[in-house]
Design a protein around this ligand. Structure first.
Ligand code: NCD
Ligand code: ZN
Length: 336
């Protein structure tokens, strides 16, 4: 049994830089036609020069694989119209992080006063730049995304022409915004479709399932599954694959981030097959994103075969999601 995907896209991906980039980029570049690349390097990407140079490093390390890195800029309220107009030729989105909320987000937004943010949001609306948002407050960890809903609503109603992507949604209470506002979209990860807080800490603590936003309740997972399995037209797949070296994940003070890139398409096939929804996978992993972002990725057929895939225990110095487990599908190119 086979599934052929036409130009799959990962709409939220962390590739890092240097040796880590060199190690991880193949897992995405082999199985995807393109990806939205997150800008939270150290320091974060805030200039066109840095973005162009980083894109070149990604392509160099991808070594000729057909793969389009769609770049993003780290949100600053100090950007002016002329800068964003120039940036528009090199980036698809501007990624907003609340300050300190996740890995390398210290330079993010501290104050969500709309008057301070108005200039950038108006410029982005006019230029057609997507606002990509890590929507969490610093409140109680299971309610952080829900507490951010007011901010999403405020932005959506104040800037009706701004396309807003709620990144890696996890909470049934933010999912309702998709129906309420025409200009709100979302990405969903693999791990939030598979796991709940019970998997993370209901038994022994699993540091490789620790990420931001944290995995949530069974009810939340069910709502996300419904969105993904039905390929809701405002929802795109975004892995949020976020590699950290093994020693940063197996220690006191574990870094947030799950390295899912080596397993995402096989695991999605398994899930969609289980629920009889394989026909919707193409929309979830490509067609919806093409429409929402108005992009034409390189033509690339990715074949998934129903054949056992033993996930490696380690990829370089990074432990992948499902390490050592047997999956039912494999990518016929690449990491399998
Ligand atoms: C991401 C990372 O490590 O860069 N971590 C995570 O837990 N998802 C950052 C992010 O997307 O929050
Ligand atoms: Zn992320």
């Amino acid at each position: 049994m086979k599934v052929v995907l036409d130009s799959p896209l990962d709409m939220h991906l962390h590739l890092r830089d240097g040796d880590m980039l060199k190690n991880v980029v193949k897992y995405s570049a082999e199985c995807f036609a393109g990806a939205i690349i997150m800008p939270n390097l150290t320091p974060p990407l805030t200039t066109i020069k840095e973005i162009k140079a980083y894109k070149k490093r990604i392509l160099d390390f991808a070594g000729g694989l057909e793969f389009e890195p769609y770049m993003t800029l780290f949100f600053k309220d100090s950007y002016d119209y002329d800068f964003l107009k120039e940036a528009k030729s090199f980036v698809k989105a501007v990624k907003l992080y609340p300050s300190g909320i996740t890995t390398n987000s210290e330079g993010g937004v501290k104050n969500f006063d709309m008057d301070k943010l108005r200039g950038v949001f108006e410029a982005m609306s006019e230029l057609g730049l997507v606002l990509s948002v890590h929507g969490e407050t610093d409140g109680f960890v299971l309610d952080r995304e829900k507490e951010f809903v007011d901010i999403y609503e405020n932005i959506a109603t104040s800037f009706k022409d701004l396309k807003i992507v709620m990144e890696h949604i996890t909470d049934r209470r933010s999912a309702v915004l998709l129906e309420k506002y025409d200009n709100i979209y979302a990405t969903v990860t693999l791990h939030h479709l598979l796991y709940t807080v019970n998997d993370l800490l209901g038994g022994s603590l699993k540091p490789h399932l620790f990420c931001k936003p944290i995995v949530k309740t069974p009810e939340d997972k069910d709502v996300l599954r419904e969105l993904a399995l039905e390929a809701h037209p405002k929802v795109m797949f975004g892995s949020d694959s976020a590699p950290h070296p093994k020693e940063k994940k197996e220690c006191n003070g574990v870094a947030a981030g799950i390295f899912s890139a080596p397993v995402v398409l096989p695991a999605l096939c398994e899930l969609f097959e289980k629920y009889g929804k394989l026909d919707n996978l193409q929309k979830f992993v490509s067609d919806n994103a093409k429409k929402i972002y108005d992009i034409q990725p390189p033509k690339k057929e990715v074949v998934l075969e129903k054949d056992e895939f033993l996930v490696p225990n380690i990829c370089g110095n990074v432990v992948p999601l499902c390490a050592g487990e047997k999956l039912l599908w494999r990518c016929s190119v690449g990491s399998g």
